[in-house]
Every structure is written in structure tokens, then in C-alpha cells.
Design a binder for this molecule. Structure first.
Ligand code: B1M
Length: 222
């Protein structure tokens, strides 16, 4: 594999965003994901290889370490930020159709709920998995989800809820999405949820963390 892809993967895994970023201290002054992704593309590495051989495996390892409590939210956020910096260089290729996205993932925190840190992590990790993200933000109602599905008919939908009170809203949103768009696949997540609740509300998959969502989507797209 091209050594620049190894360096890019290491930068993403370590959360090194760009040359000027002070984190992590041991990589001070070194190129980060921003510069390395640009160098890889300028040097003739295909956008597809940058995505599938560097960014996706790096974020996969990050997700794995997070699931095993080997790293925590701040490190994961830095890796997600580094990944986003690299993705910025790939976006034009995705938009021009040179790289085929895995699909579209619509995500939002359900109505009544303003927590978005976990939702943003999931969105960034899924984006790292090669999906186009439609992020509807927080406090999102069923009509907004249904409109987004109208605009992206084959999209998979992700709902996040952090409050026990908004779990009921999640149930209502799942019901209304399934009424209007019966074929839509819906993933749910958030600290108070579990698979029993997912089954009760008729969603298709529950993941306790971003990695599970990425893995499920990988299978779904295949
Ligand atoms: Co609030 N809050 N909060 N809060 N808050 C909690 C959730 C709470 C547990 C704190 C507590 O009491 N111990 C509690 C909920 C209790 C309950 O319902 N069981 C609580 C409460 C009560 C409230 C308010 C009602 C407080 C008040 O005003 N009286 C209020 C509600 C506002 C509202 O939403 N309407 C409120 C407000 C806030 C802030 C705005 C101050 C802030 C949110 C800032 C923001 O998000 N931009 C906040 C915060 C920061 C928290 C805590 C401290 C941290 C949440 C967080 O970001 N965790 C939280 C206590 C805690 O968790 N220790 C708490 C880190 C994040 C990475 O984890 O979001 O769980 P998490 O996401 C995980 C997984 O759940 C999963 O992946 C992520 C990464 O592993 N995941 C998915 C999430 N979504 C997923 C979707 C998927 C798959 C996986 O597929 C689609």
C-alpha cells in the first residue's frame, strides 16, 4: 500500500487534524489528515483508495477502541474531526460521481431532544464509512424526517434520543415514517435505549455506538 495512505490512516486514528493542530502533542509540527489527504490525491492516489484504504479502516479502528473503552469521547471527536478534514478533499470527487457513495443516511435527534454530541459522532463515523449524510439536526419531528425521505427515497434513517421522555417521541416518529414510507430502514441509538425498546417501536436496528451503526450499514449496502 502507498506509504502516504498509512500515514493518513495513522493521522486520523491519532486525531491529528492538520499541521497546526496541537493535538496529539507527540505529533506536533507533523502533517495532519488535511495535508496528507491532499498530498495523496495530488500524488495520484485514487479518491476511492483514500477512502477505503485509509479513512474507513482508520475510523473502524477508532470505533473499535471506543467500543472497548480504550479511547474516550474527546479522542474520538478528534479522530472524527481529522477524518472530516480529509473528507473535505474527497467531497468534490463524490459530488462529481467519480467515487460512488455507499448510500444516503438521514440522521437527526428526535423532537424534544437537544442532545447532539452522540448524533454528530454517529454521523461523522457513518460519513467515514462512505455514506452521504443528511443531518437534520436536533429536535426533529416526523414531518421533517418524511420530507427528507421524499427527497432521498433510498436513504436509511437514523434516530437518536438521549432522554427517557423523548423515547416516546422516537416511537411516534418511527410509526409515522413507516406509515408514509413503509420500506424505509430505521436505525436507532442513544444512551437510554436497548434492543427490547427497538423491537417494541418497530425500528430495524439498534446500536449502542457508532461502530455498530457503521457495521450494520455496511451489510445493508452490500
Ligand atoms: Co442532558 N441529560 N439534559 N444535556 N446530558 C443527560 C442525557 C442525562 C443522562 C444527565 C443526567 O441526568 N445524568 C439526563 C437524561 C436523564 C434521562 O432522561 N434519563 C439529561 C437531562 C435530564 C437533560 C435536561 C432535561 C436537563 C434540564 O434542562 N433539566 C436537558 C434536556 C434538554 C433537551 O434535550 N430538551 C439537558 C440538556 C443538556 C445540555 C444542553 C446541557 C447538554 C447537551 C449538549 C449537546 O448535546 N450539544 C447535555 C449533556 C452534555 C448531557 C450529558 C452530560 C452528556 C451527553 C453526551 O453528549 N454524552 C448526559 C449525561 C451523560 O451521558 N453522562 C446528559 C456523550 C455522547 C458521545 O454520548 O449521546 O450517549 P451519547 O451518544 C453515544 C451513544 O448513545 C450512541 O453513540 C454515541 C457514542 O457512543 N448513540 C447512537 C447516540 N445516538 C445514536 C444513534 C445511533 C446509534 C448510536 O443510530 C442512529
Amino acid at each position: 500500500m502507498d506509504p502516504i495512505l498509512n500515514r493518513l490512516a495513522e493521522a486520523v486514528e491519532a486525531g491529528k487534524v492538520d499541521k497546526n493542530s496541537p493535538y496529539p502533542p507527540q505529533m506536533k509540527g507533523e502533517d495532519g489528515a488535511d495535508e496528507l489527504a491532499k498530498q495523496a490525491l495530488d500524488g495520484g492516489v485514487s479518491p476511492s483508495d483514500v477512502l477505503t484504504k485509509a479513512l474507513v479502516p482508520a475510523m473502524d479502528r477508532v470505533g473499535q477502541k471506543f467500543s472497548e473503552n480504550k479511547i474516550f469521547v474527546p479522542q474520538m471527536l478528534m479522530s472524527a474531526k481529522a477524518m472530516s478534514a480529509a473528507m473535505g478533499h474527497l467531497k468534490p470527487f463524490f459530488q462529481s460521481g467519480d467515487v460512488k457513495a455507499m448510500g444516503t443516511f438521514i440522521i437527526g435527534t428526535v423532537k424534544g431532544d437537544l442532545h447532539d454530541i452522540g448524533k454528530n459522532l454517529v454521523a461523522m463515523m457513518v460519513e467515514g464509512g462512505g455514506w452521504t449524510i443528511v443531518d437534520l439536526g436536533v429536535d426533529v419531528n416526523e414531518d421533517t424526517f418524511n420530507r427528507a425521505i421524499d427527497e432521498n427515497p433510498d436513504a436509511v434513517v437514523g434516530l437518536s434520543a438521549l432522554l427517557t421522555t423523548t423515547m416516546a417521541n422516537m416511537e411516534e416518529i418511527v410509526r409515522k415514517i413507516k406509515e408514509v414510507h413503509p420500506g424505509t430502514t430505521i436505525l436507532v441509538g442513544g444512551a437510554p435505549l436497548n434492543d427490547e425498546f427497538r423491537l417494541k417501536i418497530g425500528a430495524d436496528f439498534y446500536s449502542p455506538d457508532p461502530r455498530g451503526a457503521v457495521e450494520y450499514l455496511k451489510e445493508h449496502a452490500a
